[in-house]
Design a protein around this ligand. Structure first.
Ligand code: GLN
Length: 276
């Protein structure tokens, strides 16, 4: 079979299975199997793929057709131009979260200390370390399994970070210039309405923000004063409808310069503030 033929069969199989982004996923899976680029498919669509590649591709298409997330099949997700290992123990890094990283990078000076709560795959902390110099990074997560992935990601990127297993600040010591977090923020009642890929394959503990979704913001904002240096900043990713609530919480806790930043879809995405 040629690239073009097998791609078409993959796309049709995913469409038939009701996969939203059938075209894109069929192409990305083909590229992952054949180690090729989008260009190869366009320009060299008449090239034959090997039998082995064909078998692997059909297998991966079948997995994707059963709503297994694409990233669990390929094992990786790109974030901030870096490749992160992922599996069912971590939240798959989302493009929206790049806004948080970019906002922090605006203010981050070399040599700063950074604490990332609910670090998961480590994508936020490791990106910040990768795009700065001499910063000290600590990532905390309640899941040891998640930290196994975060440590692997640090190794693969050649970065040094310390990872602590605990409930938010439980194992954290010292004070930081930056505390960042993308905590679980989906209200428990909304979990059932999520797409199957997320609901059944991503860790519930990385999604569930309890009754109103704000559980972790309350705790982080209440406790973080003990862990922030004077003039240090807190950056939180939030859901599109949580901006005002989280901003009010931070102002109430005494943060200064509290700001809500929007994402590229013009939705509230990050709340930040400075601690004195
Ligand atoms: N910090 C990780 C991320 O943004 C994990 C977040 C989480 O598990 N809620 O992808």
């Amino acid at each position: 079979m040629t690239y073009a033929e097998i791609y078409r069969s993959g796309r049709e199989a995913l469409e038939a299975a009701g996969i939203g982004e059938a075209e894109l996923d069929a192409r990305l899976l083909l590229e992952a199997v054949c180690h090729t680029s989008r260009n190869d498919l366009l320009v060299h669509g008449d090239r034959e793929i090997t039998e082995e590649q064909e078998k692997q591709y059909q297998g991966w298409i079948a997995l994707r057709a059963s709503h297994i997330p694409l990233q669990h099949i390929t094992g990786v997700q790109e974030f901030m131009g870096l490749e992160f290992l992922v599996n069912e123990d971590v939240l798959i890094p989302r493009q929206d979260t790049e806004i948080l990283v970019e906002e922090v990078l605006r203010e981050l000076t070399d040599g700063s200390s950074i604490l990332d709560l609910c670090t998961g795959s480590g994508c936020i902390l490791l990106s910040l370390l990768r795009f700065s110099n001499d910063c000290v990074g600590v990532g905390s997560d309640i899941s040891e399994k998640a930290l196994t992935i975060a440590r692997k990601n640090a190794d693969r990127l050649g970065l040094h970070a310390k990872f602590l297993c605990g409930d938010l600040f439980e194992r954290v010591e010292g004070k930081y210039d930056f505390i960042v977090s993308n905590p679980p923020y989906i209200a428990s009642g909304e979990i059932d309405g999520l797409m199957e890929e997320v609901r059944l394959h991503e860790p519930l503990s990385a999604l569930d923000g309890h009754e109103d979704g704000l559980f972790f913001y309350r705790r982080i904002i209440k406790e973080c004063g003990d862990y922030l240096k004077r003039g240090g900043s807190l950056y939180l990713e939030i859901g599109w409808d949580q901006g005002n609530a989280v901003k009010a919480m931070m102002e109430g806790a005494g943060f200064h310069e509290v700001r809500v930043t929007k994402d590229y879809a013009e939705l509230d995405r990050v709340v930040s503030g400075v601690w004195f």
